[in-house]
Ligand binder design. Structure first.
Ligand code: GLY
Length: 566
């Protein structure tokens, strides 16, 4: 039956040709009046439509974020959290932190059995792994402060996409086949991709999400209260209670997003702005940029052996510092953020750099596994020169894969980003340091790195990526590619990337993009190498001063992603 439907749909698509917009790959899009680059072409279009109506970059970002919750549900969300970096047309930069929080009933040992081991992977599986969602509060706060259009106007495109449906893509269909019958505990996933006839919706058919449309209607009507109070909050509490979760209406009512000052540094003629803690992304990015400035990266050829070595050594040091020092700033007032992002610290940190040998990674201290890689980033600019860099997440792909079918959205499993076992750090990856232990109402440390680079006080590069801990490194290398190696944005996104995170002590590299000679030379220096298929799904915008226009590109590894300009 599925195949018959699929065959008919293929025939229709073949005939309709252009009606089905395949994602763009390895090319740039231009737009004088604005640009939206996201993981789904319809979400990018939703943002552009808002710009055309006279909305600014914040309005377009809110519309895009809600649209991604419908069209890219593996990471686009209302059940998770994230960060916004916002550069206003006057050059001022601010950020919004809407990272999830631990519920009031959480504790540092909540995931452990009587022997002190993690019980049944409970920091990643089941409803104990859900953090109090922050997305709706963050989008609402940013919009209240800086939006121009009404809240209803910016939420409306998502309501329509959920209610009227949109064409199922092959990428989504692949996931639908894999997930629909897999695991009994993944309650919401069973019917998630099915139409009214009970069949999985096939590529090209319209996929409608009536329950999600109703939840979005509540949010459209009542703003943040449509999610954190009233019907939706009542159903969240009821669902949690019946399925072993601990999030209550009190947790939801108490959740607040926070506006924070960005972290920043100067690099050549540029100023780099990124997300402060509870993200580790901005601090690590800036530390690495400062390290490479101290090592005169401009004199080193891209993709050469010294390049990979020095980039990996910067990553090793930044990730060690991340593990030792960073966590929720509201719980760690003594965090040495200013020291970590200072030029003097970078100079001192690279004093032991040996250009001929890999440094050790001391396993007696800290380190961490890659973490969830299903996050999504999008970049937005408008005609007045406002720019938004927004990354948000459910942690794993489709988060915890649980949620009330009455509400139609999936919860995050972000509690897995806390350090799970106090005091226990292992060579293969678990961290036990204090700054990121679980506590009621604490935010878990993130690697999301939404970033804006400015030149002469105006946005020059807007960039970010999903990828768990690899986010920090793929954003870092894309920034280097543009600022140091003068690559155009699509090439900067596609160029060879590596990842080193201190522990495990290895360079992960994109296979087929690093030459055999370089690999052999790196191994001789003492580096361990591991190939991977892809690092990062970057969504970027640059400004072309000659043409006076925005230039956008979406990573070719995003199946439905697109840059849309106007
Ligand atoms: N959940 C991935 C991150 O926040 O880094």
């Amino acid at each position: 039956m599925i195949f018959k439907k699929q065959f008919l749909v293929s025939l229709f698509l073949g005939a309709a040709g252009l009606l089905y917009p395949f994602s763009q790959t390895f090319s740039q899009t231009y737009g004088k009046n604005g640009m939206v680059v996201s993981d789904h072409y319809l979400a990018s279009e939703a943002g552009i439509e808002i710009l055309k109506k006279g909305g600014n970059a914040i309005d377009a970002a809110v519309a895009t974020a809600f649209a991604l919750a419908v069209t890219h549900p593996e990471a686009g969300n209302i059940g998770g959290g994230g960060f916004i970096v916002f550069m206003k047309s006057d050059g001022d930069v601010t950020t919004f932190d809407f990272r999830e929080k631990a519920p009031l009933a959480a504790s540092p040992t909540m995931f452990l059995d009587e022997n002190g081991n993690i019980k049944d992977n409970s920091n990643h599986r089941g409803l104990l792994s859900v953090g109090v969602p922050g997305t709706v509060a963050g989008l609402y706060q940013a919009h209240q402060k800086y939006g121009k259009l009404s809240w209803k106007e910016v939420v409306d495109p998502a309501v329509k996409l959920a209610k009227k449906g949109f064409p199922m893509s092959w990428g989504l269909y692949r996931v639908a086949l894999r997930m629909s019958d897999r695991d009994d505990s993944w309650d919401i996933m069973k019917n998630y991709f099915r139409g009214a006839d009970g069949e999985i919706v096939t590529p090209g058919e319209l996929w409608k999400q009536p329950a999600l449309a109703k939840t979005l209607e509540e949010i459209k009507k009542h703003g943040r209260d449509g999610f954190y109070k009233g019907k939706v909050a009542e159903e969240i509490e009821a669902y949690m209670k019946s399925n072993g979760g601990i999030i209550t209406q009190e947790d939801l009512a108490k959740y607040e997003a926070v506006e924070r000052k960005p972290v920043s540094t100067k690099f050549k003629d540029f100023e780099i702005f990124s997300m402060p803690p509870p993200s580790s992304g901005g601090v690590a990015l800036i530390e690495m940029m400062n390290l490479l400035e101290a090592a005169d990266i401009s004199s080193i050829e891209f993709n050469s052996t010294p390049y990979v070595h020095i980039v990996a050594e910067a990553m090793r040091r930044a990730f060690a510092d991340r593990a030792e020092f960073l966590g929720d700033p509201d719980f760690n007032p003594e965090m040495p953020v200013n020291k970590l992002i200072s030029k003097d610290f970078a100079k001192a940190r690279f004093q032991n750099l040996d250009m001929n040998h890999a440094s050790p990674s001391d396993p007696s201290k800290y380190g961490q596994l890659y973490g969830g890689d299903h996050t999504t980033h999008f970049s937005v600019t408008d005609k007045d020169g406002n720019a938004v860099s927004l990354t948000y997440t459910l942690e794993n792909s489709y988060g915890v894969k649980m949620g009330s079918s009455k509400l139609g959205f999936i919860f995050n499993n972000e509690m897995g980003d806390f350090n799970p076992v106090p005091g226990v750090t292992t060579e293969t990856g678990q961290i036990g340091s204090d700054p990121n232990l679980v506590a009621p109402e604490k935010r878990m440390l993130s690697s999301m790195t939404p970033t804006i680079v400015a030149k002469d006080g105006k946005p020059y590069l807007v960039i970010g990526s999903p990828g768990g801990r690899t986010i920090i490194n793929t954003v870092f290398q894309t920034v280097l590619n543009v600022l140091v190696y003068d690559m155009r944005i699509d090439r900067a996104i596609e160029a060879m990337k590596i990842h080193h995170q201190w522990l495990p002590n290895q360079i992960v590299y994109e296979q087929n993009l690093l030459s055999p000679d370089t690999k052999a030379a790196l191994e001789k220096m003492g580096h361990k190498l591991r190939p991977t298929t892809n690092l990062g799904v970057l969504m970027g915008i640059t400004f072309d001063p000659e043409l006076g226009t925005w230039v956008g590109a979406s990573d070719s590894s995003s199946e439905d992603g697109a840059a849309k300009g106007y």
